[in-house]
Ligand binder design. Sequence first.
Ligand SMILES: [Zn+2]
Length: 322
Amino acid sequence: MSVLTAPHFHDESAAYAFVEARVWANGISCPHCGNVDAAKIGKLTGKSTRIGVHKCYACRKPFTVKVGTIFESSHIALHLWLQAIFLMASSKKGISSNQLHRTLGITLKSAWFMSHRIREAMRVGGLGPMGGAGSVVEADETYYGPKKDQTRAVESRPGYRSYAQRKPGFVKRPIVSLVERGGQVRSFHVEQATKVNVAAIVSANVSAEAKLYTDQSHLYTEVGKSFADHQTTNHSKDEYVRFEGDAVIHSNTVENYFSVFKRGMKGTYQHCDEKHLHRYLAEFDFRYNSRVALGIGDVSRAASLLDGVVGKRLTYETTRAR
Ligand SMILES: [Zn+2]
């Protein structure tokens, strides 16, 4: 039996119950006045009442679980949202807006908007440092797609070519990723991969007790000194792995992450404006961080995404402008 036959993917009441169980896991609260007294909140059940409507008796206002989440002010049925979330959470290389549009029978514009909101729900922030005593964090940078500044310069010129017409050779957008071996990844889109920018990311996100493994890029030389250990492999001399005692020194884990990201972006998304790159990174980070190797399956991965839907309200305009 396909997992997509579960009631919350088809029945709107079941979809509301599913989302409510996750968003209100620690108890219901009124999104208007903050009232958390369940005795002062009632569920409206009249025949003409919309599904999922509750009323707060403290501020007298009605609300549903969608208020203050990525689902707010969307006209798409919640059970279709849950299907979209499942598809995005379980497709290793992502799923295009075009595919969502055809699979769910919604407009392309709605599909595009939904997928960006779902990426927002995948985005996490304000986390503590990665790694600890004895753990290894690999850091590396890569470059993806044409960079916006170049695009602008071309746009202002006569004979400006559209995305599809552009030739390779544009400045690429730098991405820095940190991966704890056997653990999680965090990726960052930076304006420029400079020593200062990269050091700021590495020191803010990696525990000083961890060991840092990188290639021989000068970007990591200084910041590397602030960790328990910093080891490098010399790729220009074809050294990709080195053994020192018990230590297996390489940065293949983070490089493998980059290759999954690039294959997915190339195969599924093709076009990605720079202002949205951080959201695509959040999408690939999310799937990596809830991968099967960590014992997390498709169903629980999709359900865990609901923990990130609150406080990520995103209007169509902010999606476009960042
Ligand atoms: Zn209230």
